[in-house]
Design a protein around this ligand. Structure first.
Ligand code: N01
Length: 549
């Protein structure tokens, strides 16, 4: 039967498969969702646009790609056996190691048989007559599912700015998040890199090792702190194994979902004590730097002291002080953008084959067949790397045409901002769940722990529906409005986002501005979600087949 409010564009009007649940994406979230939902006895199909598992760690295979959450936290915790048998080799895991890990998980839990690779979900429309989603895929097939779960990721839709003349470039152009599996040989080549966010800061030192010359096109200087990555030895791994249960329990009580979080020092300190704490944090390395003292993110003076500390460190690392001044010309508080964690980034500017180009002073005007032109110069290039990031939080969801009750498009619902209820559902889109969606802590947390919490909540909700004979769940608009206000209030009270970045949507022309992540801490978020469930799915309307529409 064809939907009353939705017409498929797939090869046939009749669904080619009926599932209890369809999951979009086979990254960390999709894999765990498949495992949990299959465990409920549901029939599940995962559609994945790549030809392998791992999501972020499948796509971002540029040299230097590495996670800035420590390996012992950036992993699943649902299976102690999995944890006990896997050996992390480094403090901060690299892309190849993470890709191996997700492949291991897919094999260990026999997940591949329910994943259809090389297949994108293009459209999904809710059939109100049958309370099912009708889903069109890139392969032309149309399937239906009672439940639709987006595990499409919050940093997966690539942002590649349109620069005049790009199509004329004779060399190789590529985005860090679409780096080819076989790699790119930059030896002896002139390489341009646009962007100095986390991706740019990781890839630049790597390409500089073999390229003839690297031109870094920096528009916004950024705070970046050393990773102090290190190898883990057998003793460290044994200690992690032995502490598994305790760490899993503890990280669920912390704001960022980390088992060894930075515990902020009280701000009641004199200048010397502050400097000592900042120095200790700098030497420890990792992204906790802006959390080291409890007022850095709330008190502008304290924030400026921490920012000055970083700027002075950069000046000490970079030989050419004119270059150093460009690298520290930062006009926003530390922590207002995601803090970058680097390995040898600033040291790279001491190489003869690296040039920093300030494209805030002289913006990029065009790409030519032979390179890139700014207002005041032309740079001859063989390879042009876009380290220009993502359309975060909503990009992947809105790249699909998702239509809810009355044919309402999610794009239209979110035209002025992405409102959700508890970050997991959008009112008017029944039986659709989002993992790391807007209004959830998403990447403002240890995303692996957040993913598990989202999936567990969704799975418990579906089990409740199956047991209770419900076939439709939708959030009440008032509950959604209340949650969205809470998310906005938390953002308003914080220094976080007090500048333009992907966090605020400012990197995408026309995108509504505002942070759509829940900043109240994963422990509080978990409690809020649990309370909704404990109160009989408060804020939702659940419907049985016999109930009037
Ligand atoms: O992207 P970004 P990213 N002309 O948006 C520049 C996660 N991540 O891929 O700031 C010139 O941060 C742009 O300049 P500006 C992590 O959450 C994690 O680096 O807009 N420049 C900026 O410098 C991170 O926050 C890891 O002025 C242009 C850069 O491109 C998120 O992903 C590693 C431009 C984009 O920076 C995104 O990081 C990698 C233009 N037209 C990513 N357009 C780790 O775990 C854009 N830019 C370590």
């Amino acid at each position: 039967m064809v939907a009353e409010t939705y017409e498929t564009t797939g090869a046939g009007a009749q669904p080619e498969g009926d599932f209890d649940a369809v999951v979009i994406g086979a990254g960390a979230a999709g894999l765990y969702a498949l495992h949990r939902l299959r465990g409920l006895g549901l029939s599940v199909r995962v559609f994945e646009q790549g030809d392998g598992v791992g999501g972020t760690w499948y796509w971002n295979r540029y040299p230097g790609a590495r996670c800035d959450v420590e390996s012992w936290d950036y992993c699943y915790s649902f299976s102690e056996e999995l944890e006990q048998e896997w050996d992390w080799t480094e403090r901060f895991p690299s892309q190849p190691e993470l890709e191996r890990y997700f492949n291991h998980v897919a094999d260990r839990f026999d997940l591949r048989r329910d994943i259809q690779f090389d297949t994108r979900v293009e459209r999904a429309g809710f059939d109100e007559g049958r309370n099912r989603w009708i889903i069109d895929t890139s392969g032309g097939a149309t399937v239906s599912a009672r439940f639709l779960v987006s595990a499409a990721g919050c940093l997966s839709e690539v942002n590649k700015p349109v620069i005049p003349g790009a199509e004329t470039f004779a060399g190789v152009q590529l985005h860090t998040a679409r780096w080819p599996d076989e790699g790119v040989d930059v030896a002896g080549k002139r390489v341009g890199v646009i962007g100095t966010g986390s991706s740019g800061v990781q890839v630049i030192p790597q390409v500089a090792r073999t390229a003839d010359h690297v031109y870094v096109f920096q528009r916004t200087a950024q705070y970046t702190v050393p990773a102090r990555n290190r190898l883990l030895d057998d003793e460290a791994r044994q200690e992690l194994r032995d502490s598994f249960a305790e760490r899993q329990k503890f990280k669920r009580t912390t704001p960022a979902g980390l088992s060894r979080p930075v515990v902020p020092a009280s701000s009641d300190l004199d200048a010397a004590a502050r400097a000592e704490i900042l120095e200790a944090s700098w030497q420890r390395g990792g992204p906790g730097f802006a959390m080291t003292i409890d007022d850095i993110l709330t008190n502008p003076e304290s924030n400026e002291r921490a920012a000055r500390f970083v700027r002075d460190k950069v000046r000490a690392k970079v030989d050419d002080q004119a270059v150093a001044e460009k690298l520290v010309d930062i006009d926003f508080p530390i922590g207002a953008r995601r803090l970058i964690v680097d390995i040898d980034y600033f040291e790279t500017y001491n190489r003869d084959n690296v040039t920093l180009v300030d494209v805030k002073a002289a913006p990029i005007t065009e790409i030519t067949s032979g390179g890139l032109r700014t207002l005041d110069a032309h740079y001859d290039l063989d390879v042009l790397v876009y380290a220009t990031g993502f359309d975060g939080m909503t990009g992947a969801l809105l790249s699909m045409d998702i239509r809810g009750v009355g044919g309402l498009a999610l794009r239209d619902k979110w035209a002025d901002g992405a409102g959700t209820y508890i970050g997991l559902v959008a009112s008017g889109f029944p039986n659709l769940f989002m993992i790391t969606g807007p209004g959830s802590p998403a990447v403002f947390s240890n995303v692996m722990l957040s993913i598990e919490q989202h999936v567990d909540w969704i799975a418990d909700c579906l089990a409740h529906m199956v047991e209770g004979g419900f076939e439709r769940i939708d959030a009440d608009p008032e509950a959604e409005a209340r949650w969205t206000r809470l998310v906005e209030d938390l953002v308003a009270r914080s220094i976080v986002g007090k500048t333009n970045s992907w966090w605020t949507g400012a990197n995408i022309p026309g995108k509504p501005r505002g942070i759509t992540m829940y900043l109240g801490g994963t422990h509080n978020y978990r409690a809020a979600c649990d309370e909704v469930a404990a109160n009989g799915y408060e804020g939702f309307t659940l419907t049985r087949p016999a109930d009037p529409a």
